[in-house]
Design a binder for this molecule. Structure first.
Ligand SMILES: [Zn+2]
Length: 117
């Protein structure tokens, strides 16, 4: 599963960070997901829980920060938002241009922050 490998790399990043700062207990981890980053937030949570079960990180909680899609019209420069992948093809609310919108926000997939002791 796609989300499983992402959960694995997030956990790996958290482990690296904890090693650097001398922490052993992972408590919370915040991940930023853009609306069209291709990761299903609920499956990512499920995968994360499966991964940490019966490990030293069993108590760790994954928090997901969802970023809506923001597009910039290539024709008039108007910035507008949308719900998901489909919004890429909707006409600009200002000028009606349908093609070539630039994704300003929505592809993010980041380990935002973690809390560990
Ligand atoms: Zn426009």
């Amino acid at each position: 599963m796609h989300e499983m490998s992402i959960a694995q790399s997030l956990l790996q990043m958290a482990e690296d960070e904890m090693t650097r700062s001398g922490c052993t207990r992972l408590e919370k981890i915040w991940v930023t997901l853009g609306a069209i980053c291709g990761v299903e937030p609920e499956s990512l949570k499920v995968c994360f829980d499966i991964l940490v079960r019966d490990t030293a990180y069993a108590e760790a909680k994954l928090h997901i920060i969802k970023l809506p899609l923001r597009l910039r019209c290539s024709s008039c420069g108007n910035i507008f938002g949308g719900e998901g992948q489909d919004a890429l093809w909707m006409p600009c609310p200002a000028c009606g241009e349908q093609l070539g919108h630039v994704v300003e926000q929505g592809r993010e997939l980041l380990l935002n922050r973690l809390e560990a002791r």
